[in-house]
Design a protein around this ligand. Structure first.
Ligand code: ZN
Length: 234
């Protein structure tokens, strides 16, 4: 049936959803699951960067220069990449942003960008996991010394015999990257800016925290429930 109603029916607004969570909170997995459940594209900035790096457009070349020199990609370029992606037809009804915004400056740039088309972030979903569990998840990986495709996790996928690869019997080891001190210093760098972004969305009245220390399916249900309450209250 053709519609002649105004476009601004509350339930039909463009839904821009921001996924937030510390490394190890399962944010990427949840973004993926929500995207499927809601029929919206999952826009991962990590993925966009990888694509930009391999693309041949001028923006990709600029990203490559920063990445190759080991520097951070400036906000202006990050925002430009996200803006281009949001302009794609599949994002017309909305999108789930994963890995962006990382800083308050990026969050403000996103607000401005959306305001130009009369929209705003409808929900910032925050998957909360306590520090102890984050450390457990992030330091539990064990790699086979004979084949680095044989990957285990002391909690999530333990080998039958501690320290021994199930697949080939070789010794398992912990990567430098997964050592507690390395993980802790990474968290110390990454968490403070994330908390500022969390506060930004709390101030805007669109923050929805959900406990992430449950099975992934339960977390997804809680997130969908949080989104349903927003729609019901519009
Ligand atoms: Zn092995």
């Amino acid at each position: 049936m053709a519609t002649t109603e105004p476009a601004a029916r509350p339930g039909d607004e463009r839904r821009i959803i921001v996924m937030m969570g510390a490394p190890g909170a399962g944010k990427g997995t949840q973004a993926e699951r929500l995207a499927t459940a809601l029929g919206l594209p999952h826009i991962s900035t990590g993925q966009l960067f990888r694509e930009a790096l391999h693309g041949d457009d001028p923006l990709g070349a600029r990203v490559r220069r920063y990445v190759e020199s080991g520097g951070l990609v400036p906000d202006e370029i990050v925002v430009q990449i996200v803006r281009q992606r949001l302009a794609q037809p599949d994002a017309a009804a909305g999108a789930i942003l994963d890995g962006f915004p990382r800083t308050v400056a990026q969050a403000e740039a996103l607000d401005e960008l959306l305001a130009r088309s009369g929209t705003s972030v409808c929900a910032a979903l925050y998957v909360e996991v306590g520090a102890d569990m984050l450390l457990e998840r992030l330091t539990g990986r064990r790699i086979c010394s004979a084949d680095d495709q044989h990957v285990f996790h002391v909690v999530a996928r333990p080998p039958r015999t501690e320290g021994v690869c199930d697949l080939c019997g070789a010794e398992l080891y912990q990567r430098e990257d997964d050592a507690p001190e390395t993980v802790q210093s990474r968290l110390d760098t990454q968490l403070p800016p994330m908390y500022e972004v969390v506060d930004h969305y709390a101030d805007a009245g669109v923050l929805y925290p959900v406990r992430g220390d449950k099975p992934a399916e339960d977390v997804t249900q809680d997130l969908l429930h949080a989104l349903a309450t927003i729609r019901a209250s519009v």
